[in-house]
Write a protein that binds this ligand. Sequence first.
Ligand code: EPS
Length: 390
Amino acid sequence: MRYLTAGESHGPQLTAIIEGVPANLELTQEMIDVELRRRQKGYGRGRRMQIETDAVHIVGGVRHGKTTGAPIALTVENKDWKHWQNIMGPDPISDDEQENMKRVISKPRPGHADLNGAIKYNHRDMRNVLERSSARETTIRVAVGAVAKALLRQFGVNIAGHVTEIGGVEAEDRSFETLGELQEVTEESPVRCYDPSAGEKMMTAIDQAKEKGDSIGGIVEVIAEGLPIGLGSFVHYDRKLDAKIAAAIISINAFKGVEFGIGFDAAHNPGSEVHDEIVWNQNKGYYRKTNRLGGFEGGMTNGMPVVVRGVMKPIPTLYKPLQSVDIDSKEPFAASIERSDSCAVPSASVVAEAVVAWELAAAFTEKFGNESIDRMLDQHKRYNDYSREF
Ligand code: EPS
């Protein structure tokens, strides 16, 4: 499976084309909209989220609620476009108009793609960079992830994204018994945190950052369960599924690091406290006593839940000035005011869930075929029976 996205933050719409989704998979616009609403909800977002009410149009590859096997095309309109038509329209404009064009950006924001992208693509107006590098693009990736989740659901895979830290406030209570319980609680939390008292403190931290004109980051975790042994492969670097998932997490705007299971703690612990002992029983087949490695060994799933965390830096668009240089005057400046969010970590946990779902779904189609969902299910069942008895 593969997909591409197109569209700018203040352009008319975001678009995705997805190829390789099997035929006869149940897929409706509502199944995608549910995910778009989850992404829009988090505490700490700016005014833009009050303008948008994201909803998908499926414009290819689905008929009467089921995929046909043809490429799936999705669009999500930007409601804000109506305020930006002159600034962001595709038609040529005269030199005069260019001269009077409002919102030309010549002041790069530290931490953004602005300056590097402008130099790379030769743009004197850095709007040409920021419009596409904006995290608005994650909207359509969540829509794509919703298609992946629809596929995974057929195989009994459940996947949950939640927040474990914001602005230095860590979730302490992580004692959920099942993924269902985690989902139930986090869906009701404005910061998507399982621990309600940490959640309150996170909201206070967001309010304080906002007051100061600053922004804060955090850590999100994605857990996926119900996976077979052997998705991905050890045979080549570009077939290691944990590597693909790590890349997918880092590809989310503002993400700077990723770890699986105990992650960086593996550096401090002896091997006997890092590796997961193997057991077998008739019912479950092979499984592990612990899941410190977060569901991966040798680039392949080991049948335990995949547990992956990503760290998001604070959003770099600040009301509080950071020093930079105007590319026209070459003068230093220390003020860049753009509408933005003080914290987008809760939303990012939904995006992380979507990109992990995509990589897992792609690995499923690689392993079990991708022409029709029925044949995939058949292959999957046979493989699971075989691996249990192996
Ligand atoms: C973003 C800046 C803000 C965010 C936006 C990402 O948008 P605007 O510049 O219109 O105020 O709200 O996020 C979204 C629109 C979204 O859907 O998540 C940025 O600079 O990355």
